[in-house]
Design a protein around this ligand. Structure first.
Ligand SMILES: Cc1cc2nc3c(=O)[nH]c(=O)nc-3n(C[C@H](O)[C@H](O)[C@H](O)COP(=O)(O)O)c2cc1C
Length: 185
């Protein structure tokens, strides 16, 4: 059976380059992997008082998707040199659920931005966050898609060959990472 990967986009924008990057990752996955890109626009702002009243349906759904996935692929832009607030908010909610679904979960990340740095700043922040909730991040290859407006065509297709190559290598490495972390048996 395929390794099922859950895609989470830190941008909620309709024409998001990070969504296009997730779709390109799906195309470039080796046989034996599949990707479902989730939606979490309905996750409310985290408030511990609200949590104590019970978890919102959207949070329970997202946590369930993470728990069932063999791996999580996060794509996200830099927002003001850091992690997009909506993504951090969703992770904060999910991190309160027991059993916490990121524990031991293989995670890979990529980022696309309009700026030249390609989201590296948010990725290093995100690595810290994922480590704090015991997710296991793939280290290499890293994928930073800078000047995203020059890398995708008008149909949202990733047209830049060097970027396609590195993204394909990352998907192969992610498959190996997941298999390596799998409990024996
Ligand atoms: C609030 C905000 C902050 C941003 N900060 C950065 C930034 O720090 N670095 C950067 O390269 N681009 C920044 N951008 C521009 C994003 O790279 C650009 O909007 C990109 O298209 C977002 O990704 P998306 O296409 O997946 O929505 C920012 C955009 C917004 C809306």
């Amino acid at each position: 059976m395929d390794l099922n990967i859950l895609g989470i986009n830190g941008s909620l924008r309709k024409h998001s380059y990070n969504r296009m990057a997730l779709q390109a990752a799906r195309e470039l996955m080796p046989p034996g992997m599949s990707l479902h890109i989730t939606h979490y626009e309905d996750v409310p702002l985290f408030n511990q008082d609200d949590q104590e009243q019970g978890f919102p349906v959207a949070v329970v759904r997202l946590a369930g998707e993470i728990a069932r996935a063999d791996g999580v692929l996060i794509a996200s832009p830099d927002y003001n040199h850091s992690v997009a607030g909506v993504l951090k908010n969703a992770i904060d909610w999910v991190s309160r659920i027991e059993p916490q679904p990121f524990v031991g979960k293989p995670v890979a990340m990529l980022s696309a931005t309009m700026g030249p740095v390609g989201g590296a700043r948010n990725q290093y922040e995100l690595r810290k966050i994922i480590a704090s909730i015991e997710g296991l991040c793939l280290v290499k290859p890293e994928v930073f898609i800078g000047r995203a407006d020059t890398k995708f065509d008008s149909n949202g297709h990733l047209a830049d060959e060097p970027t396609r190559r590195i993204l394909g290598l990352q998907m192969h490495a992610f498959q190996q990472w997941i298999l390596r972390l799998r409990p024996a048996g």
